[in-house]
Design a protein around this ligand. Structure first.
Ligand SMILES: C[S@@+](CC[C@H](N)C(=O)[O-])C[C@H]1O[C@@H](n2cnc3c(N)ncnc32)[C@H](O)[C@@H]1O
Length: 283
């Protein structure tokens, strides 16, 4: 046992994390992770002495955090749509603005048992959130990365979501021979231009998977393919909801041809164009 109690360790840890935005919150979360305890356990044990094991684990975590590691990778999870998602360096850390894709999807006039595709599922945040909200839906989540799919599958189990299945695929390749037709396709695709990669914040470019973010010289490589091929896999009147990068709205709007109704651009809570929504024309 160490000579200090948990409260003292908490104060010292917050002081060592003074360079992060919320040092007290992060200190508590890292201590909970190092001590394998939940929030209630943390507050109940504030006056108890700390084990050496906890302190040693915490020293490592705080060092990593100070070296720029995103807190979500250190904790191994991130909340999205009010649900816990395991994360590791094979997947992008789910972002709050991506919840706009879920919000839009849930506002659509879908049939009672919709068939939905999540293209580039990563941690499975979109597919699992939709699976939870729409228990009668059949959802297919795809990714090019086997490691991402493994984690997405774990996240479905963690959240007791049973209506999502996972398919390893380079975009639509795995579905070419099938007669699957979707009511809705959602995607938070890679949309960063090659040259902008270096300009990203350090924690993003140093720790998050490049393949999950970068899409060709203009950042539109994935989105162009998605829009071009989605029409073939959507039912007449089916919907496409895609997250886009800042400044891409007009270029993306022009990708939709006569087979589509006029696309809409949705703003995020900071007023930036964030999601494009389009409906395939009915036959
Ligand atoms: C921006 S991340 C989004 C992950 C997750 N949906 C989210 O919102 O956090 C894009 C995902 O697309 C996947 N991806 C990249 N290229 C792909 C391709 N050609 N086919 C399928 N998935 C791809 C990446 O592996 C990554 O998981």
């Amino acid at each position: 046992m160490s000579s200090k109690d948990l409260e003292q360790l908490f104060r010292e840890t917050a002081a060592r994390l003074s360079s992060v935005a919320c040092p007290f919150l992060e200190a508590r979360l890292l201590i909970q992770s190092a001590g394998r305890m939940n929030e209630a356990g943390f507050f109940n044990r504030l006056s108890e002495p700390v084990s050496r094991q906890l302190e040693n684990r915490l020293v490592r975590l705080v060092r990593q955090r100070k070296n720029g590691w995103p807190i979500a990778y250190l904790l191994g999870w991130r909340e999205f749509w009010g649900l816990p998602f395991r994360v590791n360096r094979s997947v992008l850390i789910p972002r709050p603005e991506t919840e706009l894709v879920v919000e839009k999807a849930l506002s659509l006039p879908l049939p009672p048992e919709p068939v939905i595709l999540d293209m580039g599922t990563g941690s499975g945040n979109l597919a699992v959130s939709l699976g939870k909200e729409l228990p009668s839906a059949r959802i297919i989540a795809t990714d090019l990365s086997g490691r991402a799919l493994k984690l997405a599958c774990e996240n479905a189990r963690l959240n007791r979501v049973t209506n999502v299945s996972f398919v390893l695929s380079d975009m639509f390749k795995a579905f070419r021979q099938s007669n699957l037709a979707f009511d809705l396709i959602v995607s938070n695709p890679p949309y960063v231009a090659e040259n902008d990669w270096q300009k990203l914040d350090r924690p993003v470019k140093d720790f998050e998977p490049r393949k999950a973010l970068v899409a060709g010289s203009d950042g539109l490589g994935f989105i162009k393919k998605l829009v071009r091929q989605a029409g073939h896999f959507l039912k007449p009147g089916g919907f496409l909801v895609i997250e886009i990068g800042a400044g891409q709205a007009e270029q993306v709007r022009h990708l939709f041809g006569v087979d589509w109704h006029q696309p809409e651009i949705l703003l995020d809570y900071s007023g930036r164009p964030r999601v494009v929504f389009a409906r395939k024309a009915s036959d």
